[in-house]
Design a protein around this ligand. Structure first.
Ligand code: PNS
Length: 159
């Protein structure tokens, strides 16, 4: 089985992430979306919430599974029999760091990284910008799936 992983913080998942996940799902037998659990990073949504939001947004994709991980992505790959990481590349600003991580993961664990060019419609999109825009009343309805939009609105109104 050709199984790949799409790792990330997904705080929250955006239409840009979903574009990459769904395109990867057309190319591979199984795509595992892996939500990183990083206790040292503050997030708006808990890992369980982020997993749930991605599950809801990908429920129509039969070969997509959502999981979470802590520690190194290459260890997650080894435990789940995954040979490659799929990442979206938005712009040159992503490139340096992504390249470094890809080379580290390959040199230390033999795990490949495959880059997909982001759909130009979402080239500017990031979870951080979505949160900031929404926080100050901006309309992000075209940038995130409906389930995220409602949870985001509710969470920001609690603050
Ligand atoms: O959505 P993000 O925050 O850009 O995702 C970054 C992520 C989670 C993919 C990356 O930080 C990662 O792989 N973290 C797991 C820890 C790890 O393996 N670090 C070494 C990378 S060389």
């Amino acid at each position: 089985m050709r199984r790949v992983v799409c790792p990330g913080s997904f705080d929250p998942v955006t239409n840009g992430h979903l574009d990459i996940i769904s395109r990867a799902a057309q190319l591979y037998d199984e795509v595992v979306v892996a939500v990183v659990l990083n206790p040292s990073k503050t997030s708006l949504f808990t890992a369980a919430e982020r997993v749930e939001l991605i599950r809801e947004a990908t429920k129509q994709l039969d070969n997509v599974r959502v999981d979470r991980f802590e520690g190194l992505i290459v260890d997650f790959c080894r435990h789940n029999d995954i040979s490659a990481i799929v990442k979206g590349l938005r712009a040159v600003t992503d490139f340096d760091y992504e390249m470094q991580m890809a080379q580290m993961n390959y040199s230390q664990a033999g795990v490949e990284t495959l880059f997909m060019t982001t759909n130009p419609l979402y080239a500017f999109l990031s979870s951080s910008l979505v949160k900031e825009f929404a926080k100050f009343g901006g309309d992000v309805s075209g940038l995130v799936p409906p389930g995220v939009l409602s949870r985001l609105t509710a969470r920001l109104s609690e603050a």
